[in-house]
Design a protein around this ligand. Structure first.
Ligand SMILES: C[S@@+](CC[C@H](N)C(=O)[O-])C[C@H]1O[C@@H](n2cnc3c(N)ncnc32)[C@H](O)[C@@H]1O
Length: 372
């Protein structure tokens, strides 16, 4: 066995042992797709230094490249929407914009998609093309459509897939509008996060079909949802759990914060809901539902740490800090952001603090609601 074949087999064994790879057809599909073929352009590795923490590139042939390709890790392949590994010597500190998702999450999601032979699937977020290739190995390339927003990422994926002789329908554009020409689909799967499932995905999925997508928000909590499309044109279903997170679909990225408001202004009062609700994955998800337009930053001022929520669109803000044993909020703007968080958090606690798996997502032509 070559090193590559051995590393690939170890990855398959690990994914089977940890329960992400569960059924024979997906085991065969995962075995048929060599991940390193989708990472020939290299990847970025997080580099923690004493002076500067950032991303450094690992190119094909570098020490650790092949092992990295078969590690069960997400590998960043593009930064700041333009920079690829071959562009960088040294380190860079900017936001990742494309990656190869960790294989166990790819396979867990494909298993959760509950496909059957002959199903037609729309994937949003082609990325390197790895997950697209696994889908093609399972269903046949003729049944797979994949959309990638970034044209350079899309052309690299097209080349990698073509190199393996795999020719799905690859579309470059905004996957949030789906791809009407191929509709209706039996399944829709998104490998980028969304703030809300777009109505277009529901319209383009047949009745009884499934949509699998990660619902994210600007406070940084997220979860995978599986929705069933109903004949009245709505879709609903549970969150599946596992604290799944993805980079947000590009049109769903938060706006720049710009100049901060004057944080000395505003009305101050005591609050029974501390900023620590923002540190727990589930309660942060709950808070995020209450203030979907808010972004969080933690700043040091007046000799203490303040958690600040800013809603750029409305200009509303809330700063929450601890003063001895009590929590204090100061807020201003048309929306009393922390009042919304308090109200939502209180309702969730009164319901017995249900887990995210007990939440239901509903999508209608008017938009998305999440309830518990
Ligand atoms: C986590 S990566 C996808 C990983 C990929 N499935 C793989 O196996 O390599 C997310 C991708 O979604 C793409 N993306 C972001 N917003 C998108 C949108 N609105 N439509 C289509 N693709 C989008 C990004 O450019 C990025 O390449």
């Amino acid at each position: 066995m070559t090193d590559q074949a051995q590393l690939h087999q170890q990855l398959l064994d690990r994914m089977t042992a940890n329960g992400s790879l569960r059924t024979e057809p997906w085991k065969r599909a995962a075995a048929a797709v060599p991940r390193h073929e989708f990472l020939r352009g290299g990847f970025f590795r997080r580099a923690v230094g004493t002076d500067f923490t950032g991303w450094e590139s690992v190119r094909e042939g570098d020490a650790g490249w092949l092992e990295g390709c078969y590690a069960d890790e997400s590998l960043v392949t593009q930064i700041a929407a333009t920079i690829v590994p071959e562009d960088i010597r040294g380190r860079i500190l900017r936001e990742p914009t494309s990656s190869s998702t960790l294989p166990s999450l790819v396979l867990r999601m494909l298993e959760d998609l509950q496909v059957e032979d002959g199903h037609r699937v729309l994937e949003i977020g082609t990325g390197t093309g790895y997950s697209t290739a696994v889908l093609c190995a399972r269903l046949g390339a003729g049944n797979v459509t994949s959309i990638e927003y970034d044209s350079r990422v899309a052309s690299r994926a097209r080349a990698a897939l073509g190199h393996l002789g795999t020719y799905p329908d690859l579309v470059t554009g905004d996957g949030l509008v789906g791809h009407c020409a191929g509709a209706p689909y039996d399944r829709v799967i998104a490998t980028c996060g969304v703030r809300a499932v777009p109505p277009a995905w529901v319209e383009q999925t047949r009745t009884g079909g499934l949509i699998l997508a990660t619902i994210c928000g600007w406070l940084g909590s997220s979860e995978l949802a599986r929705l069933t499309v109903h004949k009245d044109g709505t879709a609903s279903g549970p969150l599946l759990g596992g604290a799944v997170s993805f980079m947000l679909a590009r049109p769903h990225q938060p706006p720049p914060l710009g100049l901060l408001p004057d944080l000395d202004e505003g009305k101050e009062r005591e609050t029974g809901t501390g900023a620590d609700v923002l540190n727990n994955w589930t309660s942060r998800f709950v808070a995020q539902l209450a203030v979907p337009g808010a972004q969080r930053l933690t700043i040091q001022r007046n000799g203490r740490s303040e958690d600040v929520l800013v809603d750029v669109e409305t200009g509303s803000w809330a700063a929450v800090y601890q003063d001895g044993g009590r929590w204090v909020v100061r807020q201003d703007g048309p929306e009393a952001l922390w009042d919304h968080v308090e109200e939502q958090f209180g309702r969730w606690c009164a319901a017995g603090a249900p887990t995210l798996e007990e939440f239901t997502v509903t999508v209608t032509p008017e938009g998305q609601t999440i309830s518990w």
